[in-house]
Every structure is written in structure tokens, then in C-alpha cells.
Design a protein around this ligand. Structure first.
Ligand code: COA
Length: 215
């Protein structure tokens, strides 16, 4: 990473509690843009982020510039995630105790393109591998890393001309799109009066990095 003053640190439990308002504001700001177009509120955000401060095995990686949190990336064992995240795995005969779920990565635009997104993946993958190899760990044999992304049509008129999908970035990190693993998340989009469901598709990689494993 080639930008000065930035440091990455992992935050869990009480330490994360203290950062929740800042991370909540960051999510609201970053997810307002295409493709999420999220018109959220701070109370919901605080409740959502508390899942990460309370769930055993979870992790939030913060990117901090001086004292300011400018990026955050989350992960937790799938068993601690909501039902709509777990459902596609259960219906496709995955053992949900074997999946580590990568929640999101958000980074302020001025800090993009310097490798922080890659470090977010590396930190969360290392955390999942450590959980998987710890004989004292109460988690199942973690085998899969998974995240999901919203599906937007190519001809969506709200797509900015400059928007580049992250698919290549994710492929380069070794993740593969699994179109059969889908769910929906509900949120209020900019211009909507109420929440509506949005289609989400999962991307997977094996915890061991072994691409021949069935994922
Ligand atoms: C996803 C995100 C955290 C990546 O952060 P980043 O620090 O800019 O990523 P990096 O600098 O590590 O870039 C890694 C690679 O992805 C590419 N890349 C990063 N952001 C990109 C973007 N928005 N569009 C296209 N390519 C992008 C870089 O060119 C680089 O390519 P390379 O590996 O071939 O060199 C950041 O773009 C972001 O906050 N996006 C908005 C929120 C979002 O969509 N999050 C993901 C879903 S939760």
C-alpha cells in the first residue's frame, strides 16, 4: 500500500462498539452510490454492526487515516448471519457451519486504488484460516469463504458511465460466482418510499485456497 498515514487494524467486541457510529456513517456514505443506492438510517446501521461486535468469530478490519476511519471490511461465521444469508446454503446442501461469510468492504473514494481492498480480503481470509486451523475453536471445519453482491441489469439507467463492476477484482482474488446461490436483501433505495427486495448472488472460494475442492 502506497499511501502514508493509513493503518489497517482488526477490531472486535468492545473495541468495535466504540467505532460503530463511524463505521455506520461510512456504510451510509459509500452504499449511497451505484450499485447499492442505499438510503439507510443510522439506527439500523448500528443494530446491524452490533452483530459483528457480538458474534464470536467475527472480525471487522478498519482502515484508519490518523484518527479517522476511512474504510471497513467485515466477516463472520455464516451461523451468526441472518436467515436470508444462510438460506441458499442450506437449500443447496452446504453445511452452514463450514462457511465464513464476508459481509462487505467499504472505502472512501479518495483512498481507492491503492491496494486496501486487497488487504481487506487478505486479512479476513487469514482470520478464517486461523479459525479453521485452531483445534480449540468452537467453529465447525470452515471450508468456504462466501460473499454476495447485488445484481443490477447492464442497461440500468442509474449506472454511471464510469462505473466498473468489481467482478474482475473478485475473480483475481480467486472467487467464483455461483448463480444458483441467491437470496434477496431488502433496503430502501434512493427515491423509494419503502424497502424492496434486491437480488443478491453469492461468490465463493475455498478457505484453503485449493481450487480443486468442491465449492
Ligand atoms: C471494493 C473496494 C473496497 C476496493 O477498494 P480498493 O482499495 O480501491 O481496491 P484495491 O486498490 O485493492 O484494488 C484492487 C483491484 O481492484 C480494482 N478496483 C478496485 N476498485 C475498483 C472499482 N471501484 N472499480 C473497478 N476496479 C476496481 C483495482 O484496479 C485493482 O485491480 P488489480 O488487482 O488488477 O490491480 C472499494 O472499491 C469500495 O469501497 N467500493 C464501494 C463499495 C463496494 O462496492 N464494496 C464491495 C461490495 S460490499
Amino acid at each position: 500500500m502506497d499511501i502514508p498515514n493509513i493503518r489497517l487494524c482488526s477490531s472486535t467486541g468492545a473495541d468495535l462498539e466504540r467505532h460503530i457510529p463511524e463505521v455506520a456513517r461510512l456504510r451510509l456514505q459509500v452504499f449511497r452510490d451505484f450499485p447499492y443506492l442505499y438510503d439507510g438510517d443510522l439506527d439500523y446501521e448500528a443494530r446491524y454492526l452490533r452483530t459483528y461486535s457480538q458474534a464470536p468469530g467475527s472480525l471487522v478490519v478498519l482502515a484508519v487515516d490518523g484518527e479517522r476511519v476511512v474504510g471497513a471490511s467485515t466477516g463472520l461465521p455464516l451461523m451468526a448471519a441472518t436467515d436470508e444469508v444462510k438460506a441458499p446454503f442450506i437449500s443447496h446442501n452446504y453445511d452452514p457451519t463450514t462457511v465464513f461469510y464476508l459481509g462487505e468492504s467499504v472505502l472512501l473514494p479518495d483512498y481507492r486504488g491503492h491496494g486496501i481492498g486487497v488487504l481487506f480480503f487478505e486479512a479476513r481470509e487469514a482470520h478464517a484460516r486461523a479459525l479453521a486451523s485452531d483445534p480449540e475453536s468452537s467453529f465447525g471445519p470452515l471450508r468456504h469463504l462466501a460473499f454476495c453482491a447485488v445484481e443490477r441489469g447492464h442497461e440500468d439507467p442509474r449506472r454511471p458511465a464510469s462505473h466498473v463492476p468489481l467482478d474482475r477484482f473478485w475473480c483475481k482474488r480467486g472467487y467464483r460466482r455461483h448463480p444458483q446461490l441467491r437470496t434477496s436483501f431488502s433496503w430502501r433505495e434512493l427515491g423509494e418510499a419503502a424497502e424492496t427486495p434486491k437480488p443478491m448472488v453469492f461468490w465463493l472460494k475455498s478457505v484453503s485456497g485449493n481450487s480443486s475442492e468442491r465449492i
